[in-house]
Design a protein around this ligand. Structure first.
Ligand code: 5AD
Ligand code: FES
Length: 366
C-alpha cells in the first residue's frame, strides 16, 4: 500500500477513519507531523482521495475563487550543461536537435502572448551558458519595458546568488526551481555527482531571500521516490513556504538513464497537489503539461484537486518539439492562439474560469 504502490480501494475501516481525520486536521491547521503525513501517504485509498480533492478544491475556491491563472511559456533554449538523469535534454543526450531563440524571437513570442491576453511570461531553458548575465538581463529589461504591466517568471536553473540578484534588479518577478526531492539520498540518485542537494536548497533560499515569488516542486514517481521521501517533501514545503509548487508525473524518456522506469499516475499526482493546497492555502499550483501528456484530461483532473494555474506554450511551433524533457509532449504542433483557445475550453468545461490577469500570489497583491 501507499501512494507509491498505486492507490487501491481495499483499506480497512480503521485506516479510512484515521486518513479522513488527518485530512480534516490538515485542512484546519495546515500542518501535520512527519509521522502523520507518512501515515496518510501509506494508507490513503481512492475513496479518501475523492474527499481530499474536494477539500483542496474548497480551499482553492475560498482563496482564489474559480479562477485559473494563465501563464505564457517561452522555451528559449534547449541547450543544457547539466546531466539530470530523468531529463531528455540533458547534455549527454546527443540525439537532441538543439536550438536557441534570439532576443528578437523571444520578444516576438511575448508580443503574440500579450496580444492573446497573457500578463505573465515564463522564460524557461536548459542551463545554457550562452545566455550569460548580460544577455539575460537585457532580455528581461526589454520585456518589462515593452510590456510594463506583465510579470516575468524565470526558470533557468541553478545560478549564484549574485546572478539571481542581477536578474531581479533587471525586473524578473518570479523564479521556478523545482527542488525535485527534499531527500538528499534521493536527490543524488536523480542527479549526477556534479550536482548537489545542498546547492539546490541554497539556490531556493537565495531566491526567496532576494524577494522573488519562488516556486519549488517535484516529479511524482521519479525513480527512488517513496512514501518516505514524499513525506520529506511535504515537510519541506510546509517549512519553506514557497509561493508556487510545480508537481507533475515523472515520464520516462528513452534516451536517459531512467528509460523504462514507471511513469507517475494522475491519482498519485492528485494526492500531492491536494495535500500541498491544504498545507499552503494561498499557493499557486500549476496543472502541468506533463499531466496533459500522460492523460488527455490530466490537467482538468488536477484542477479539481486544488491546482489553479496553467502554462500554455508560446514558443515558435518550429522549435517546440525539440524541447523534449519527456517524450510525446502535447501541443508541439499548435499555434499559441490555438493553445489559448483549447485550454480555455477545457477550463470552462471543468467548471472554472480563465483569469488573464498578472495573477500574483495572494501575499503580493497590492
Ligand atoms: N518527466 C517529467 N518531468 C520532467 N522534468 C524534467 N524531466 C522530466 C521528465 N522526464 C521536470 C523537472 C524539471 C522541470 C523543468 O521538468 O522536474 O525541474
Ligand atoms: Fe495546446 Fe491544448 S493547450 S493544444
Amino acid at each position: 500500500m501507499g501512494i507509491m504502490n498505486k492507490l487501491i480501494t481495499q483499506n480497512k475501516e480503521e485506516e479510512k477513519r484515521e486518513v479522513l481525520r488527518l485530512i480534516d486536521v490538515l485542512h484546519d491547521e495546515n500542518y501535520l507531523s512527519r509521522a502523520e503525513f507518512l501515515f496518510l501517504l501509506k494508507n490513503i485509498s481512492l475513496d479518501e482521495l475523492e474527499y481530499l480533492k474536494d477539500k483542496a478544491d474548497q480551499v482553492r475556491n475560498r482563496v482564489y475563487g474559480k479562477r485559473v491563472f494563465m501563464r505564457g511559456l517561452i522555451e528559449f533554449s534547449n541547450y543544457c550543461k547539466q546531466g539530470c538523469n530523468y531529463c531528455g535534454i540533458r547534455a549527454m543526450n546527443k540525439g537532441v536537435d538543439r536550438y536557441r531563440l534570439d532576443k528578437e524571437t523571444i520578444l516576438d513570442c511575448a508580443k503574440e502572448g500579450y496580444r492573446l491576453g497573457y500578463r505573465t511570461f515564463v522564460l524557461q531553458s536548459g542551463e545554457d551558458p550562452k545566455f550569460d548575465d548580460e544577455v539575460m538581463c537585457d532580455i528581461i529589461r526589454s520585456i518589462k519595458s515593452e510590456f510594463p504591466d506583465t510579470a516575468v517568471t524565470l526558470s533557468v536553473g541553478e545560478k549564484t546568488r549574485e546572478q539571481y540578484q542581477k536578474y531581479y534588479d533587471a525586473g524578473a518577478d518570479r523564479y521556478l526551481l523545482r527542488h525535485e526531492t527534499a531527500n538528499k539520498e534521493h536527490y543524488e540518485k536523480l542527479h549526477p555527482e556534479s550536482m548537489s542537494f545542498d546547492n539546490r536548497m541554497e539556490c531556493l533560499k537565495n531566491l526567496k531571500d532576494i524577494g522573488y515569488q519562488t516556486g519549488c516542486g517535484i516529479m511524482i514517481n521519479s525513480p527512488g521516490q517513496s512514501d518516505e521521501t514524499l513525506a520529506d517533501d511535504l515537510e519541506f514545503i510546509a517549512s519553506f513556504k514557497p509561493h508556487m509548487v510545480g508537481i507533475g508525473p515523472f515520464l520516462n524518456h528513452s534516451e536517459t538513464p531512467f528509460a523504462g522506469f514507471d511513469d507517475g499516475t494522475i491519482n498519485q499526482t492528485s494526492v500531492m497537489v491536494a495535500l500541498v493546497r491544504l498545507i499552503l492555502p494561498e499557493v499557486l499550483l500549476p496543472a502541468t503539461t506533463a499531466l496533459g501528456t500522460l492523460d488527455g484530461r490530466g490537467r482538468e483532473m488536477v484542477l479539481k484537486a486544488g491546482a489553479n494555474v496553467v502554462m500554455p506554450n508560446l514558443s515558435p511551433t518550429e522549435q517546440r518539439a525539440k524541447y523534449e524533457i519527456y517524450e510525446n509532449k502535447i501541443c508541439t504542433g499548435d499555434e499559441a492562439a490555438h493553445c489559448r483557445g483549447c485550454i480555455e475550453t477545457r477550463i470552462h468545461f471543468t467548471g472554472y474560469e480563465v483569469d488573464m490577469s498578472i495573477g500574483h500570489h495572494k501575499s503580493m497583491e497590492v
